[in-house]
Ligand binder design. Structure first.
Ligand code: LLP
Length: 437
């Protein structure tokens, strides 16, 4: 049986509808491969997330993780909803500031921040989540040159196991991120910062991983962070005002997979924070979250044209579409599942077992294997779901494929928010040295 998420439906021609628009028409108007983002869905997800926490805790800062999708229009929608930003590079920081998000509502994360990045962050009062001792020295030095005080938190490594793909699990001790809590390194960071003149210690930060569908690891994370907040207060008399639990709330990619409601996370995290505040006489901190995927993933689809169909005796039929790992690398990179349907045949039975291939010359270039679809024909329109996060931002120009266009749908309106790359875009940066002319 066809199972579409609540913000999609099929019309009476059996076509997929996004907002109020027929996906078949969108593909005709804008061409394929095409990313389509649903504005109303993003707004709805942001409001859900915000409400889940704000109904339990007063001081809340939701910082959209731009790495999921840093398109200017998408960031603008979230700014418009009142979101802050989590950025991890100079350009993400510039995009967030450019969208009108004030530096005070931006957190800057990462294990390699350049001098330029730190300068821009300090100049805009961005909260810098410092990853290591050398970075702390650099921040202090740069701030003092600039005659400013830098707002600083520490990325700590709480050693929390989160059930997800190993590439996107970040909270374990062996991971590259943050100050180790268990050995006392994190406490030492606060000690050192307390002696620095141009550093204002405001925060603690961790991010335990991505695509997490279980609330328990967040509770464990909150326990470990709050224990450190209490210790820092007791031993160093520093009040940490911003407790940042990072992002990572996942979405169901497979039909039937269970959703993790933000309410579940909010309840468990807030009750831990409340208990620590009470038992240790702490000030009520601002709770910071950095959701990326949860806000934008299921608002996005990728439309791809079916070109060729190849039958194989005793094996799944191969269907080639015009989007591959160049447009969406998640299946090739993580073995990620993205649901696929034929957007023009939603009223037909999915009774043929197929592999869906992209147009590139490697075997890893597939979008799905062993899937059931209706009998496909040339010219059909495949739709790949849940690509609004880590889709276009991780796309490439492999085999000189231009990156797809992206369209924003709002009800019955649709507009290009990223134009399709052209031959000129692909070659613009290349130079042929004189001796080869
Ligand atoms: N905060 C920090 C410090 C992060 O490193 C990340 C993601 C986030 C927030 C947002 O996490 P989210 O809420 O989106 O799970 N490319 C991978 C995901 C990598 C996530 C890296 N960090 C994928 O396609 O699944």
């Amino acid at each position: 049986m066809l199972m579409l998420k609540e913000h999609f439906r099929a019309n009476d021609m059996g076509h997929l509808v996004v907002g109020k628009l027929d996906a078949v028409d969108l593909a005709k108007t804008f061409g394929t491969p095409l990313y389509v983002m649903d504005e109303q869905r993003i707004r709805e997800k942001y409001r859900n997330f915000h409400r889940a926490f704000s109904s339990l805790w007063r001081n809340l800062l939701v910082c959209y993780a731009l790495k999921a999708n840093s398109n200017l229009a998408i960031v603008k929608i979230l700014q418009n909803e009142g979101s802050g930003a989590d950025v991890s590079s100079e350009n993400e920081l510039r995009i967030a500031l450019g969208a009108g998000i004030s530096g005070k509502r931006i957190v800057f994360n990462g294990n390699y921040k350049t001098r330029r990045e730190l300068e821009l962050a300090i100049a805009n009062d961005v909260l810098i989540n410092v990853d290591n001792f050398q970075e702390l020295e650099a921040v202090d030095r740069i701030a003092s040159h600039m005659d400013k005080r830098a707002r600083v938190g520490f990325r700590v490594n709480p050693d929390v196991r989160a059930p997800t793909h190993p590439y996107i699990a970040t909270g374990l001790r062996e991971s590259k991120f943050g100050f180790d809590v268990a050995s006392g390194q994190a406490l030492k960071a606060y000690e050192r910062a307390a002696k620095m003149k141009d550093v204002e210690v405001v925060g603690i930060h961790a991010h335990i991983g991505s695509q997490i569908l279980d609330a328990a690891p967040y509770e464990e994370e909150a326990e470990k962070l709050m224990a450190l907040v209490a210790e820092v207060k007791e031993k160093l008399d520093i009040s940490i005002s911003h407790v940042d639990l990072g992002g990572g709330i996942g979405i169901p990619y497979k039909p039937g997979e269970k959703e993790l409601q933000p309410e579940m996370v909010a309840e468990r995290v807030v009750s831990v924070v409340r208990r620590f505040v009470k038992e240790h006489g702490l000030e009520e901190p601002v709770l910071v979250f950095e959701p990326g995927r949860y806000l934008v993933a299921d608002a996005g689809i990728l439309l791809a044209r079916v070109g060729y169909i190849k039958e194989r005796l005793g094996m799944p039929t191969w269907i080639s579409v015009d989007a591959g790992m160049n447009a969406l690398i998640r299946p090739a990179l993580y073995g990620a599942y993205h649901h696929i349907e034929l957007a023009n045949k939603l009223d037909q039975k999915n009774d043929v077992v197929v592999n869906v291939a992209g147009p590139l010359c490697e075997s890893g270039d597939f979008l799905g294997k062993g899937r059931k679809l209706p009998r496909a024909e040339q010219g059909d329109l495949a739709v790949i779901f849940d690509v609004g996060a880590y889709g276009i931002v991780m796309s490439s120009q492999h085999t000189a494929q231009p990156r797809p266009a992206m369209v924003l749908v709002n009800g019955d309106k649709a507009e290009i928010i990223r134009r399709r790359e052209t031959f000129e875009d692909l070659t613009r940066l290349d130079r042929v040295p004189g001796w080869l002319e």
